[in-house]
Design a protein around this ligand. Sequence first.
Ligand SMILES: CC(C)(COP(=O)(O)OP(=O)(O)OC[C@H]1O[C@@H](n2cnc3c(N)ncnc32)[C@H](O)[C@@H]1OP(=O)(O)O)[C@@H](O)C(=O)NCCC(=O)NCCS
Length: 167
Amino acid sequence: MSDNDPILLESGIRDVSFGKAVKVVQPANLYGCTIGDGCFVGPFVEIQKDVTIGDRTKIQSHSFICELVSIGSDCFVGHGVMFVNDTFSIGGPARGRRELWRATKIGDRVSIGSNATIMPVDICSDVVIGAGAVVTKPITKPGIYAGVPARFIRSATSDQSSPTKRS
Ligand SMILES: CC(C)(COP(=O)(O)OP(=O)(O)OC[C@H]1O[C@@H](n2cnc3c(N)ncnc32)[C@H](O)[C@@H]1OP(=O)(O)O)[C@@H](O)C(=O)NCCC(=O)NCCS
């Protein structure tokens, strides 16, 4: 082996607590997390340790769910949704100083549009986040939020917070 050979690590599924009737499309990199009954996880998703995902929540392809995130039941995480735990509060990455990381808690029946970024904030139940939004502040009132930074655009109608789409 030469110095120019990279160290190759395998992605995969390790130490995950799965509920009943979960579907995962591989390849996915899931480790040390808890995934509730009836969830769906699309391809190219990473879910890190200590994340919890509630029952019947769907995580579409290419999303990244980092440590310190919890997501409730009946949620929909669109394609390429990014969660954040390190806000670069010291002007750059925390570089292992986990005390600088911050948590995100998502309620139930929250739908997050494709390519949204969720900074470490809490989002209450019954919220829709638009595609491409960047959520920078806690959301405490049900409704539809979109834009950069995400702003309330209108109240939701009752059937809007329980999407059924899969990959
Ligand atoms: C946010 C969203 C739910 C709003 O839907 P809606 O209520 O039907 O909204 P409208 O299309 O009537 O738009 C209302 C206003 O919000 C704006 N808007 C809509 N979606 C937006 C978005 N994602 N980002 C920024 N602005 C948005 C519109 O331009 C419009 O602005 P205007 O009033 O100045 O013209 C929807 O546009 C969206 O982004 N859905 C996510 C879909 C998705 O990612 N699905 C994943 C699976 S494919």
